[in-house]
Write a protein that binds this ligand. Sequence first.
Ligand SMILES: Cc1cc2nc3c(=O)[nH]c(=O)nc-3n(C[C@H](O)[C@H](O)[C@H](O)COP(=O)(O)O)c2cc1C
Length: 213
Amino acid sequence: MRQDEAARLRREYEAGGLIEAEMASDPFEQFREWFDGVVEVELFEPNTFVLATADPSGRPSARAVLMKSFSADGIVFYTNMSSRKSRELKQNPAGAATFVWLPLHRQVRFEGSLTPVDDSVADEYFASRPRGAQIGAHASPQSEVVQSRDFLERRYAELDESFGEEVPRPDTWGGWCLQPSSVEFWQGLPNRFHDRILYRLEGDAWSMERLAP
Ligand SMILES: Cc1cc2nc3c(=O)[nH]c(=O)nc-3n(C[C@H](O)[C@H](O)[C@H](O)COP(=O)(O)O)c2cc1C
C-alpha cells in the first residue's frame, strides 16, 4: 500500500471517551462490559485476539487465537501444546494478548504470564468440541512442516475411522491461561487524540493511570 492510499483510508473516531471515574476498578469487570458490547453489536468472532510470544532470545511472534473463557484468573485459549507458540511459552511464559474491535474503535491489551490450564478443564472443553474439530486436533502436527495437503487429509481420514464415538483429548492439545499484570483500554477519538486507561497490578490491587495517545 502506498502512503497516499493510506491517507485516503483515514477515518475520524467519534465515540464517547473514557473517564476514570466511570471505569470499573477491576479491569476484568471493565472487560466484561466492553465484551458484552461487542457481542451486542454482533461483531464476527469478537473473541479473537492476537497473542504475542517470544523465544528465549526475545525474538517475537504473533498470531490470532480464540478466547474460550475469561475470569479474574485470566484469559483462556486452546491450542496444540507442541506448536511454535506453546514451545515458546514453555521456555518464556511471558505473553501479550490484544483484542481489536474496529467497528467500536476499541482495543484492549493484556500483558502477563501464561500457565497451562488444568488437564480436567482442557478435557471438559475438548469433549464439548464438534467431532470434526476433535479429529483435526489429532491429525494436525501444528506448526510442523508437512509434505502436502493430501498427507493431512489422509491422516484425518485414518484417525476418523480408527476412533469410536468418543475421541479422547490428544496429549499434545491443551489450554493456556494468560494472567495479566497490566490491562489497557483504548478508545479511538477525533484528531487521533485517543483515550488510554492502563490498569496495573500492584500487589493484589489494581492501579489505574492515563496514558498519552
Ligand atoms: C480468527 C482466528 C482464530 C484462530 N484461533 C486459534 C485458536 O484458538 N487456537 C489455535 O491453536 N490456533 C488458532 N488460529 C490459528 C493461529 O493463528 C495459528 O495459525 C496457529 O495456532 C499456529 O500458530 P504457531 O505456529 O505460532 O503456534 C486462529 C486463526 C485465526 C485467523
